[in-house]
Design a binder for this molecule. Structure first.
Ligand code: ADP
Ligand code: MG
Ligand code: MG
Length: 252
């Protein structure tokens, strides 16, 4: 089972002028095995939501709750959240010079599972994951994100997703900067993960393009720090046709 319940979440950041509220009461529930898309204009707070759920220290939760299978996530450290089954693929992944992809993945897997993966199956799993994502086996020896192309960064994130096997994956702008071939490969990886029993996905995106490959169960329009409207996949079609204007004018 994996259910993520976000209830009336309020989040602030500290600015030179004092605290600034970015999330103003976000409520949404990802049910067992569901994929939800969050779509919204730049600056609406989508990344803030992802970072807040993952536990980034820059974001102060001032109200509301986040429950993973009924357990309070906000009380957990970042590591505990990862061990509990939350995965965040970031819009701007960091470089980890000197740490190879293979060591990075194995260290992360060991930290999350609480024991090292069995070497023989692990090497096989890593090789399969890289091959599925059209990455050369030599990719495993490269330093994490160092000199990676945009497409390689995103493929590496999906390799993490498939190998770490979290309960809930939060993917922030996984489609940004991808050409059409890379978008397909990345989407297929997400779809392989989704096909596993009871996995939840929160797919954050500015553009509807990726939703042609990863079909969401629910779509939420995010405006000015809250969910302005929720609907089925047809809501994405409406955004594709008309943009965000209707939602922006509704908030002023
Ligand atoms: P999105 O991902 O939807 O583009 P973000 O969550 O990145 O939006 O940002 C939402 C708003 O919060 C923006 O106006 C942004 O400038 C502001 N913001 C985010 N982080 C900080 C910060 N550390 N300090 C000040 N403002 C911030
Ligand atoms: Mg409120
Ligand atoms: Mg963002």
């Amino acid at each position: 089972m994996s259910t993520l319940e976000i209830k009336d979440l309020h989040v602030s950041v500290t600015t030179e002028d004092g605290p600034k509220e970015i999330l103003k009461g976000v409520t949404l529930t990802i049910g067992d095995g569901e994929t939800h898309a969050i779509m919204g204009p730049n600056g609406s707070g989508k990344s803030t939501l992802a970072y807040s759920v993952a536990g980034h220290p820059k974001y102060q939760v001032t109200g509301g709750s986040v429950l993973l299978d009924g357990v309070d996530v906000l009380e957990m450290s970042v590591d505990e959240r990862a061990r509990a089954g939350l995965f965040l693929a970031m819009q701007y992944p960091v470089e980890v010079p000197g740490v190879s992809v293979t060591n990075f993945l194995r260290t992360a897997k060991t930290a999350i599972d609480g024991e090292a993966p069995k070497l023989r199956t692990w090497v096989k799993d890593v090789n399969k994951s890289l091959a599925d994502l059209d990455l050369d086996p030599s990719f495993a020896q490269r330093s994490v994100n160092e000199g990676f192309s945009g497409g390689e960064k995103k493929r590496h994130e999906i390799a993490q997703l498939e190998l770490l096997d979290p309960k809930i994956a939060i993917l922030d702008e996984t489609d940004s900067g991808l050409d059409i071939d890379a978008l397909k490969v990345v989407s297929e990886g997400v779809n392989r993960y989704r096909a596993r029993e009871g996995k939840g996905v929160l797919l954050i995106t500015h553009y509807t393009r990726i939703l042609r490959y990863i079909q969401p169960d629910r779509v939420h329009v995010f405006v000015a720090g809250r969910v302005a409207e929720s609907g089925g996949p047809e809501l994405a079609d409406e955004l594709e046709a008309n943009g965000y204007e209707r939602f922006l004018t509704a908030t002023v």
